[in-house]
Design a protein. Structure first.
Length: 84
């Protein structure tokens, strides 16, 4: 199974860049028919993870993917699953 990975550690304090990268990875998954995107906001205080989840919960973004899973073994990881 093909998978894309987006690590947000390097841009955690740049809100505009975070949204740009999230949009980019979602579009890339759709274009390449990738079924899984792993997003790593990191553990930290959880603010970045909340920002990512709010982004993914927007109506126009939510329509693009099948479901979101939070990794039960690693708090700092989110999986976005697609059906193509």
């Amino acid at each position: 199974m093909a998978k894309l990975k987006l690590d947000l550690h390097d841009i955690y304090n740049r809100g505009d860049k975070i949204e740009t990268e999230l949009n980019r990875i979602i579009q890339e998954a759709i274009e390449k028919k990738i079924s899984l995107v792993e997003i790593i906001p990191g553990k930290g205080g959880g603010q970045l993870k909340k920002k990512v989840l709010r982004f993914l919960n927007q109506k126009h973004i939510k329509a693009l993917y099948h479901r979101v899973d939070k990794d039960s073994k690693n708090f700092g990881r989110i999986f976005v699953r697609f059906k193509h």
